[in-house]
Design a protein around this ligand. Structure first.
Ligand code: HPA
Length: 273
């Protein structure tokens, strides 16, 4: 708690009390969204007290403060994964910080493996729900000032935000898939048997992030919106050529950025719960 407050006060000082309305977590390969932000302040993680520092090469590790469609946002360029060796408290630390800075919504993105056989590489999947196969970030003494001991997980991914995203995608001619995200520890990708297992338990896509951050946001009463970019299809025979996957990922990232931008522009206070 003290560690979180220290980070929050240092950020407030460095940003002249910038109060973001939306927190955004940019997944692997999706940092391009930053080009859509009119940047006011950019803080390296290493300059924020108690903030973990990214270990993955090519991950910038910055908190970016600015506006999107006239609304104040804070974006994490570079997130922390459990497989890197961080504790779940470290993985979710920035979400606590963003919530205390005042975010009213959390937007999360990730790259994931498609399980649903109707998905194609490059598809965008709106996360409708998740299955958590990582340690729960709320294990340990409950921080009652943040939220309840046993948080409710109904409507974990705001149905109001999902409905609005569907409307926007129709206007923008963006194809969307919908599905359940399975969160694993990684770092191994799945065996074929594991992809089949995740399909059997109701998963549509699998990845190594997102779930911890969303659980912590929901603990604090912050509505969540999540999008997965499908970068490979686990149950398909095609191996998928790496360059093609990257190209598809980049194009999908542009569509995702457009969706996020329009949705942020059109946020209304009635999406709060
Ligand atoms: N599995 C887990 N995480 C992933 C995958 C996958 O197939 N693709 C991208 N992230």
């Amino acid at each position: 708690m003290i560690a979180i407050s220290e980070a929050v006060s240092a950020i407030r000082t460095a940003t002249a009390n910038f109060t973001p309305e939306v927190g955004i977590i940019l997944g692997t390969g999706l940092g391009g969204f930053v080009e859509h932000i009119d940047i006011t302040y950019s803080l390296d993680y290493k300059d924020i007290p108690n903030m973990p520092v990214s270990t993955v090469e090519g991950h910038h590790g910055r908190l970016i403060f600015g506006t999107v469609g006239g609304r104040k946002v804070v974006a994490m360029q570079g997130r922390f994964h459990y497989y890197e060796g961080y504790t779940m408290k470290q993985v979710t630390f920035p979400v606590r910080v963003m919530a205390l800075l005042g975010i009213k919504y959390l937007f999360v993105s990730n790259a994931s493996g498609g399980i649903n056989t109707s998905f194609r590489v490059g598809d965008l999947m709106i996360i409708t729900d998740h299955i958590n196969l990582l340690p729960n970030p709320l294990i340990g003494p409950n921080m009652a000032e943040f939220g309840p001991r046993f948080p409710d997980m109904h409507d974990c991914y705001s149905s109001a935000l999902r409905a609005k995203a569907t409307e926007i995608a129709e206007q923008e001619a963006i194809k969307l898939q919908y599905g359940v995200y399975v969160g694993t520890t990684g770092p191994t990708f799945e065996t074929q048997a594991e992809y089949r297992y995740f399909k059997a338990i109701g998963g549509d896509a699998v990845g190594m992030s997102t779930v911890p951050e969303v659980i912590v946001a929901r603990h604090m009463g912050v509505p969540a919106f999540g999008v997965s970019v499908i970068t490979n299809c686990g149950l398909s025979d095609e191996k998928g050529d790496h360059e093609d996957v990257q190209r598809q990922g980049k194009r999908a990232g542009e569509r995702m950025a457009r969706l996020f931008t329009r949705l942020i522009e059109q946020l209304q206070s009635n999406y709060d719960k």
